[in-house]
Design a protein around this ligand. Structure first.
Ligand SMILES: [Mn+2]
Length: 445
């Protein structure tokens, strides 16, 4: 039997996802724009990134597109996009156009973008609900709102209810299919490999900014398509700022450097954090803090299995970190660990959650319901195919006089990307060592 072409397989995957949506929106319609360009200043725009749900359902990345999934009568999927325009394309690059899109996509209809506004009343006739995420495109917002707002409502034969389309897509996107797992694994591998290669050279770089650029160049060299988020390179006390952006100040010999970065592959994200000692060796106090965070990550990882949830992972990490805070006397040992936790005293040094879902978005979309009830996604039991990060940390403010001077300005975070499997879990980011001695060895290669 001849094999299907990769392109055809790809299109079947997106068609399958659209059919899953269509089976859930009987007598209703879903509208998902690819999103608008966002200006930096004057006539300059940020790099265009398509709306994640739009990408999930089409695999397509052009601006000014609208996917319409119509669950009224016989289910239909329609894509609105801009036709070819050779003058515009001369400036902005080639686009697919109506004719080629009809050949490529497994959609029921392809129509010109400009027609959406006039088509909208006919599209929604007899529809009960519109599923649409307000704010996803200004132009589409306006069309939908103006059609829904009437002084003589409720309307006969047209939808009177607007529901967030993400109620459906967030649930679908939580369990990753084989292709998605492959893409996240690639993004993670590229991130790990690049970090492994760069850490030895950290003492040679002029600044955090220089290190960040070199790391991003390695991502590209190893096949990344982009960045999952703004690269964090934080030297010395900058590591106590959770989302510190790299600056031009030099990296000193005594510094620890925290790198939290992620490559993007096929629009899927990796997200890894490691901490490297520039001198090649952690000081005694740095080593103590590092080992506490390492231990918290190791313990949390043991609980990353089907049936547990992000909250379980967080509670385990908090317990380990708190025990450590007592052992290094950052928190007084007059109270028990559970008392310290219930009073929240550890939050001075650990102020974030221990993980987040990972996917097309680095903080991937979280569903709000489970088995028909409103349930926060941190209580959602893990299932095979869930992918998330585990990232405990400890941060000692440089100006905190309640702790010993040696602790001040130390920030350690360690982060792995984890896939839940039928047997337990698989760490997708294992390419960079975690154990302190091994990290020191990397620096002294
Ligand atoms: Mn993260």
């Amino acid at each position: 039997m001849p094999q299907d072409s990769p392109r055809k397989n790809l299109e079947q995957r997106f068609e399958k996802r659209r059919k899953t949506v269509l089976s859930q929106i009987k007598n209703s319609i879903m509208v998902i724009p690819s999103g608008d360009e966002k200006p930096i200043s004057r006539d300059q725009n940020y790099n265009f990134v398509p709306d994640s749900d739009f990408f999930y359902l089409t695999g397509f990345k052009e601006t000014k597109c609208i996917l319409v999934l119509k669950g009224i009568g016989s289910p239909k999927s329609i894509l609105y996009l801009r036709d070819r325009d050779l003058v515009e394309e001369k400036w902005l690059g080639e686009r697919i156009g109506i004719k080629r899109a009809r050949r490529r996509f497994k959609l029921d209809d392809i129509r010109p973008y400009a027609n959406f506004k006039n088509d909208f009343p006919a599209l929604t006739e007899k529809s009960e609900k519109i599923y649409y995420a307000l704010g996803s495109s200004k132009e589409t917002d306006e069309i939908i709102i103006s059609n829904l707002t009437t002084r003589n409502g409720p309307r006969y034969n047209y939808p009177n209810e607007l529901l967030d389309s993400r109620l459906i897509t967030s649930e679908m996107r939580l369990v990753k299919d084989k292709d998605e797992i492959n893409a996240i694994s690639r993004a993670s591998e590229i991130t790990a490999r690049s970090m492994l290669e760069i850490c030895k050279y950290l003492p040679d770089f002029k600044s955090e900014k220089h290190a960040a650029s070199e790391l991003e160049t390695l991502f590209t060299k190893h096949g990344a398509h982009g960045l999952a988020f703004s690269t964090i390179v934080a030297a010395g006390k900058n590591s106590t700022t959770l989302h510190h952006l790299p600056n031009h100040s030099p990296i000193w010999k005594r510094d620890l450097v925290l790198i939290d970065a992620g490559a993007q592959f096929n629009n899927y994200c990796g997200d890894i954090t490691r901490v490297f000692p520039i001198s090649g060796k952690f000081s005694t106090v740095q080593a103590e803090v590092y080992d506490i965070v390492r231990e918290a990550l190791g313990e949390a990882l043991l609980s990353a299995k089907a049936g547990n949830c992000l909250d379980d992972i967080h509670n385990i990490a908090v317990k380990e970190l708190t025990k450590g805070l007592v052992s290094i006397k950052a928190i007084s040992s007059n109270s028990t660990v559970s008392q310290i936790i219930s009073k929240g005293e550890y939050k001075n040094y650990y102020m974030h959650n221990t993980g987040h879902w990972l996917g097309i978005d680095v903080h991937d979309i979280s569903p709000t319901h489970y088995q028909g009830l409103q349930v926060p996604s941190r209580l959602r039991p893990f299932e095979p195919g869930h992918v998330f990060t585990i990232e405990p940390g400890l941060y000692f403010d440089p100006s905190d006089t309640s702790i010993s001077p040696e602790l001040r300005g130390i920030g350690i975070r360690l982060e792995e990307d984890v896939l839940i499997t039928p047997k337990g879990n698989q760490v997708l980011s294992s390419g960079v060592p975690l154990d302190r001695k091994e990290v020191e060895n990397l620096m002294n290669r």
